[in-house]
Design a protein around this ligand. Structure first.
Ligand SMILES: Cc1ncc(C[n+]2csc(CCOP(=O)(O)OP(=O)(O)O)c2C)c(N)n1
Length: 287
């Protein structure tokens, strides 16, 4: 079902609040993976605030939907989303990645409520998501599993081994996203290790593939609805390639590989918040 205008407004405001909280967490932590957190924030927002069946008061609920953030370095973006949902006290973000904190830069599922899988070493998340999806089918619980990959992460051969297994077992309960922000740590993905033609690659591995604007809630909802409608045994697993902007929302970070990981001081934090205000105003006006 297409999103209503009210739903879109709510999602836009939520994503803006979460981007702001991510920046604050980077300030408290003295640094963090900002670029890839901001590119994925609209995907995280629509999953947690529209689609995922979760209960922040009961993080271990067995029937909950699972999210595996395979590009696990975006803990500084994920933890604020979880705090905002009430999985834990927001105050805890102030210690993010500091000595003695339960939050490392890569979130540990044994320490942080709401984290379904510990990730951080790139290339492993899709295999874990495949296992969770198979477990969902075998246990008859039929929860959904979502997995977010980075585009630089697709350089890892293990991603493609997982893709083969997902197609082989027809794991349609899993929806895979590629956060295609076109940059990795060392530069532009196409310069470091090209991954195009990306849709053809996923198709040849047995997936139904769509390429969408990963900052459009309309397009995200349409693609996710399509994935959820896929029938087990008859359909193919779905991969949604999300065209995104690294550092999305902060004008001086956007498409700038130097903001893959960075620190914020008072001056650039003020400029960043101003940029987020402008982004929200523009997006709300476009509704
Ligand atoms: C196996 C492994 N090798 C190297 C790294 C170091 N590393 C952290 S982030 C990153 C770049 C990832 O790029 P991408 O997947 O495009 O992430 P995004 O741009 O979305 O942040 C690398 C190489 C890692 N975490 N794991």
């Amino acid at each position: 079902m297409p999103l209503t205008k009210d739903e879109k407004r709510r999602l836009e405001e939520t994503a803006n609040r979460l981007r702001r909280l991510c920046l604050k967490t980077v300030v408290w932590a003295h640094s963090g993976h900002i670029g890839g957190s901001l590119s994925a924030m609209d995907i995280l927002t629509i999953l947690y605030h529209k689609y995922m069946k979760i209960d922040p008061k009961n993080p271990q609920w067995e029937d909950r939907d699972r999210l595996v953030i395979s590009k696990g370095h975006i803990g500084v973006g994920h933890a604020p989303v979880l705090a905002d949902l009430g999985y834990f006290d927001m105050e805890l973000l102030k210690d993010f990645n500091l000595t003695g904190s339960s939050f490392g830069i890569h979130l540990d599922s044994n320490k942080v409520p709401g984290v379904d899988c510990s990730t951080g070493s790139l290339g492993h998340g899709l295999s874990m998501a495949a296992g969770l999806t198979l477990a969902s089918r075998l246990s008859g619980r039929n929860y959904r599993v979502y997995c977010i990959l980075g585009d630089g992460e697709l350089n890892e051969g293990s991603v493609w081994e997982a893709a083969m297994a997902i197609a082989q077992y027809k794991l349609t309960g899993l929806i895979t996203f590629v956060d295609h922000n076109r940059f990795m740590m060392d530069g532009a993905v196409e310069e470091v290790m090209g991954i195009e033609p990306l849709e053809d690659k996923w198709r040849s591995f047995g997936f139904e593939t769509r390429r969408i604007n990963g900052h459009s809630f309309d397009e995200l909802a349409d693609a996710i609805d399509g994935g959820l409608a896929a029938k087990p045994e008859t359909a193919k697993p779905v991969c949604i390639i999300c065209e995104t902007v690294k550092g999305c929302g902060i004008n001086f970070m956007e498409d700038n590989r130097h903001w893959h990981y960075g620190a914020l001081n008072d001056e650039n934090m003020a400029a960043a918040e101003k940029s987020l205000d402008a982004q929200l105003a523009k997006r709300l006006e476009a509704l």
